[in-house]
Design a protein around this ligand. Structure first.
Ligand SMILES: Cc1cc2nc3c(=O)[nH]c(=O)nc-3n(C[C@H](O)[C@H](O)[C@H](O)COP(=O)(O)OP(=O)(O)OC[C@H]3O[C@@H](n4cnc5c(N)ncnc54)[C@H](O)[C@@H]3O)c2cc1C
Length: 393
């Protein structure tokens, strides 16, 4: 970037939750000297995916790109005080992910573990007997394999992370304005600005799309088709007579997930495809999922969970990229000052530090200096070439 690190340029970031805030924070950290404005329609973030997330991080993915993003996230979370100061605390806890598979997937999972290890992830494969020894409360009768992240997997508090990143960005002169973008404006091959509900327009030299589940709808105002839309995911919070101290994030072969949270647990299950429509505006928890199938499946895997006591539930939106359930990062092919940081389909909090850094690298240097984001580029959307990710939940 010329002109004293972009000092005459204005970056407008659409959406001020975890993706938008990490993009802004890294832009400043890496020396971008121009103006940065984050436009966020709801300063409480009450309905953002970030605030409603399960905030967990795993290195068990099926693609080297996603593993690389996670490994950077792990390093960032471990060193959160170095980034944000000695008071910074995101409650980061590395209890690991335990992913259970049936006898039919043993060969594939073993190959997956070998690939993950080759990428630097500390993941091991466990026999059913080893799973039972390590996690005696589990019923392993129908299990063929467990894969477990010994280090570098766990969870944290997404709200604390967002607060730290947002205030860190503001302390470096990033301006947050509370306003809703109604349209993105262009002329020729450039984004020129955005229109707000007030009727005002905000002009820009670069525009970062970080509006989460609303990204597809918002970018449609430009005539661009981005297959990212909201899908509702319900989280149940409950107490149960099981010790959570060393309990992992458990992904069962049935599709349920559960992990400790506070003095109890949180868990959920993806609804069946025919009950998973575009959820724009719908944040009502799907209570039916608790009775069937979540609870019976959970009690099958952990008999002590027969006695769970529901305390509360909430629903949030996965920002699902219908092409391949992976993020979209980097520039649009024709509107070259439009940069994507969206579509992470349920794994965006863990990947936000790496994505924010990549966005900053691209804006400042016109290339990725660390993790190569080309596998996640817009061009695969344009060309309808999915990046297949096998470890999807
Ligand atoms: C139940 C659940 C569990 C999850 N668990 C995990 C997990 O364990 N690990 C993980 O990594 N990820 C998880 N995710 C996914 C994760 O929450 C998202 O990938 C991530 O939060 C996406 O961040 P974002 O900043 O792109 O989107 P958001 O957090 O949704 O932020 C987008 C922001 O854009 C704003 N906005 C939207 N439209 C406009 C507009 N027109 N004008 C101005 N502002 C606008 C919104 O108000 C919002 O604040 C989970 C999600 C859910 C729902």
């Amino acid at each position: 970037m010329t002109d004293e690190q972009g000092s005459g340029r204005h970056v407008v970031i659409l959406g001020g939750a975890i993706m938008g805030s990490f993009s802004a924070w890294f832009l400043r950290k890496q020396g971008f000297a121009g103006r940065i404005t984050v436009v966020e329609k709801d300063a409480t973030y009450a309905f953002s995916s970030t605030a409603r997330s399960a905030a967990s991080i795993r290195t068990q993915f099926g693609t080297p790109s996603n593993i690389a993003l996670s490994l950077f996230g792990v390093d960032f979370f471990r060193n959160v005080k170095a980034h944000f100061g000695p008071q910074a605390d995101i409650g980061y806890r590395e209890n690991g992910y335990l992913i259970l598979g049936g006898p039919d997937v043993v060969t594939d999972r073993m190959a997956g573990v070998a690939m993950q290890q080759a990428q630097g992830a500390d993941v091991i494969a466990l026999t059913p007997e080893a799973v039972k020894t390590r996690f005696p409360y589990l019923n392993t009768d129908d299990i063929g394999i467990g894969t477990f992240g010994q280090t570098g997997e766990g969870w944290f508090d997404a709200w604390s992370l967002l607060s730290l990143t947002r205030s860190g960005a503001r302390a470096q002169g990033v301006e947050y304005i509370e306003a809703e973008v109604t349209a993105i404006l262009s002329a020729g091959d450039r984004i020129t600005g955005v229109r707000l509900t007030s009727g005002d327009t905000l002009s820009c030299d670069l525009c970062v799309m970080a509006a989460g589940a609303a990204s597809g709808r918002l970018i449609a105002t430009l005539g661009v088709k981005l297959p990212v839309s909201p899908r509702k995911r319900t989280v149940f919070s409950f107490r149960a007579p099981v010790d959570g101290a060393t309990f992992p994030m458990l992904f069962d072969r049935s599709g349920i997930w559960i992990r400790p949270e506070g003095k109890g647990f949180i868990g959920g299950i993806q609804p069946p495809a025919d009950r998973d429509p575009d959820a724009t505006g719908d944040y009502e928890p799907d209570h039916d999922l608790l009775q069937d199938p979540f609870w019976p499946l959970l009690a099958h895997r952990i008999p002590a969970m027969e006695q769970l006591r529901l305390e509360r539930s909430w629903a949030g939106h996965y920002e699902v990229n219908a092409l391949d359930h992976n993020g979209v990062v980097g520039p649009h092919d024709q509107l070259s000052n439009l940069i994507f940081a969206t579509g992470f389909s349920g794994h965006g909090v863990m990947h936000a530090p790496a994505v924010g850094r990549a966005v900053a690298e691209w804006i400042i240097g016109g290339r990725y200096a660390t993790i190569d984001m080309k596998p996640l580029s817009w061009n695969r959307i344009r060309d309808n070439l999915p990046m297949i990710e096998t470890v999807v939940y």
